[in-house]
Design a protein around this ligand. Sequence first.
Ligand code: FEO
Length: 172
Amino acid sequence: MLSVKLEEALNDQLNFEVYSGYIYLSMSAWLSGKNLNGMAHWMQLQYNEELIHAMKIFAYINDRGGKVVLKAIQQPQTEWKSVLDVFETAYRHEQNVTGRFGDLIDLALKERDHVTNVLLQWFINEQIEEEASVKEIADQIAMAGESRDSLFMLDREMAQRQAAPAENGGKA
Ligand code: FEO
């Protein structure tokens, strides 16, 4: 059985995962508007992944006899200064997510809930790749600088990203 505090905190994180997805969907729309359709596709898969993360928490709360409480999703940002700004914002967002999981682990350990801690370890490990993949893209965009050709090549490369199976948390 989940403690009230952990149940609340997990419901908050469920909401935050959907919100994360919403941010990436908004980024996808912005990138489409710039005709960077490979990057838009990449962001749409990122959106799908966030919903998988949300559903993992949803199922966990139910499995532990908790109550899922869905809350309003905050409106995401809709404008960015540049393509680099999009990916740097995504990177900062993922760093924020990692921090949130750190806080959740602190709470689980305080509540001596070792089962929830196991779930949270999966998420915090996932964050290594979540941060690394978006940081790599941001760095490549920064290196491309003003070169439209390099940006176009990167866009084509990002169009190749494949959806990953849901049972793997959405990870390729
Ligand atoms: Fe659900 Fe991108 O972390």
